[in-house]
Design a protein around this ligand. Structure first.
Ligand SMILES: Nc1ncnc2c1ncn2[C@@H]1O[C@H](COP(=O)(O)OP(=O)(O)OP(=O)(O)O)[C@@H](O)[C@H]1O
Length: 417
């Protein structure tokens, strides 16, 4: 083995879980980074009882994909590894195509890894990706969480995503592939300056003379990830003292909340919003800052499909009626991403928000102890315009509403960013 290869192998071993999993999945697109990832992992785990399995996602968007799949299949063949092609059956949906393709890719890959009993899935993000991500996030005034960059490990949908190339340079990996006679596909969008990432790459070249190099930015990301972990732990400890769950609402003790450092208070609020809405991404900083200012002044507000109510000693964060007014689900299915309403089999029953019209038919709603605004957005059982039940507003009629997430999930959100 030549000396430079040993260097890469050492780098990759540091990025693999310890102890090694018995089954490890690798996501390979046919580009240089992930082909190098596959070859290096196969060498790094050779003889250590690890079963590798490879997947390529075909988004059905570009004609070059057939050639990319062929390149991956050939390397898998040489290495004696199973290779699966996962196809994205795109459905017409609103939203940016690139974003949707990316989300679908992660869903397909994690689903496939789970189906094959793979504990971990390796992705080929490199040090260059990390540095470019930091530059892009600087332009969006990121805080500690954003500047921690791409995490080297992260659990998503039950699968541990690992990125063993995160400290290794793209150019070095290309040289490795050339040395080993492995062909790769070049993504034409890598030169398309309409993409932020391509412009960030060009900006990095300009910044290098100032010492703002890829390696320096990788170190910044690591420093920020350490700070992020400390802040997350502090937020978790604070939450245990001041946060509780009341039916579908998050309650925060106001006085203790106001005594917390701003950054910790902000984290508790963001976790509350994400716990209620199920959104992966938090709302933008500026509206969050406005809401925190409003809480300080004892006013409430609306944010990200939630209401923030300040009453006496408590801050209540609940679902906003307007965010759920159009939602409908059959009984037993999940409504608003978090409620499951069950009851006697009833022809034509459907779950919709209670709203004002429903609340007017619930004389005992005040017994719940929850405010009007919170109760309006709770699930109710309807048959057309007839209200059959409102289990969270004192009109049970044999129906029951259960949350699909609780306090544990709230605390988990404080740890994931
Ligand atoms: N079509 C694909 N099939 C299988 N794996 C893929 C595919 N595209 C990307 N990957 C995996 O994801 C890694 C990162 O690729 P890329 O930077 O293009 O993805 P991304 O999802 O846009 O990244 P990010 O997560 O930063 O948005 C690749 O090295 C590879 O491991």
């Amino acid at each position: 083995m030549s000396e430079p290869d040993r260097d890469l192998l050492t780098g990759i071993r540091q990025g693999l879980p310890d102890p090694l999993p018995s089954r490890l999945a690798v996501a390979v697109s046919g580009g240089g980074d992930s082909l190098a990832l596959l070859h290096l992992i196969a060498r790094a785990v050779d003889g250590q009882g690890v079963t590798l399995r490879v997947a390529t996602v075909d988004h059905g968007l570009r004609p070059e994909v057939a050639e990319e799949i062929r390149l991956v299949a050939r390397l898998c063949d040489d290495l004696g590894l199973a290779h699966d092609v996962l196809t994205w059956d795109q459905i017409a949906e609103p939203g940016n195509l690139q974003d949707r393709a990316r989300r679908a890719r992660y869903d397909l890959l994690t689903g496939w890894a789970r189906d094959h009993g793979m504990a971990a899935l390796a992705l080929g993000h490199t040090a260059d990706d990390q540095a470019e991500t930091l530059v892009m996030r600087l332009s969006r005034s990121a805080g500690v969480t954003g500047l921690a960059g791409i995490p080297p490990q992260r659990r998503e949908q039950g699968v541990l995503l690992i990125r063993p190339l995160l400290t290794l340079r793209r150019a070095r990996l290309r040289r490795y592939l050339q040395d080993h006679g492995i062909a790769w596909a070049e993504d034409p969008s890598n030169h398309d300056t309409r993409f932020d990432r391509v412009r960030a790459r060009a900006a990095l070249e300009q910044l290098a003379p100032l010492g703002v190099t890829t390696d320096a930015l990788v170190r910044v990301a690591r420093n920020m990830a350490d700070a992020e972990a400390a802040l997350a732990e502090t937020a978790g400890a604070a939450a245990r003292d001041v946060v509780s769950i009341d039916a579908g609402d998050v309650l925060i003790a106001r006085r203790a909340f106001l005594d917390l450092p701003d950054e910790i208070a902000r984290r508790l609020l963001l976790a509350a919003l994400r716990w209620i809405t199920g959104d992966i991404y938090p709302p933008r900083r500026i509206p969050v800052a406005h809401t925190l200012a409003a809480i300080t002044e004892g006013r409430g507000g609306q944010l990200a499909g939630c209401r923030v109510l300040c009453r006496g000693e408590s801050i209540r964060i609940c679902r906003e009626f307007n965010a759920v007014r159009g939602l409908s689900a059959p009984p037993g299915a999940v409504w608003d991403g978090r409620w499951r309403v069950t009851g006697p089999a009833t022809e034509g029953a459907e779950i919709r928000a209670l709203g004002r019209a429903g609340l007017a038919r619930c004389p005992d709603w005040r017994d719940s102890g929850r405010p009007h605004a919170a109760i309006l957005a709770t699930p109710a059982v309807w048959s057309g315009t007839e209200l059959l039940a409102a289990p969270l507003a004192g009109l049970e009629n044999g129906w029951h509403a259960a949350l699909t997430r609780g306090e544990t999930e709230y605390h988990a959100l404080l740890l994931s960013h």
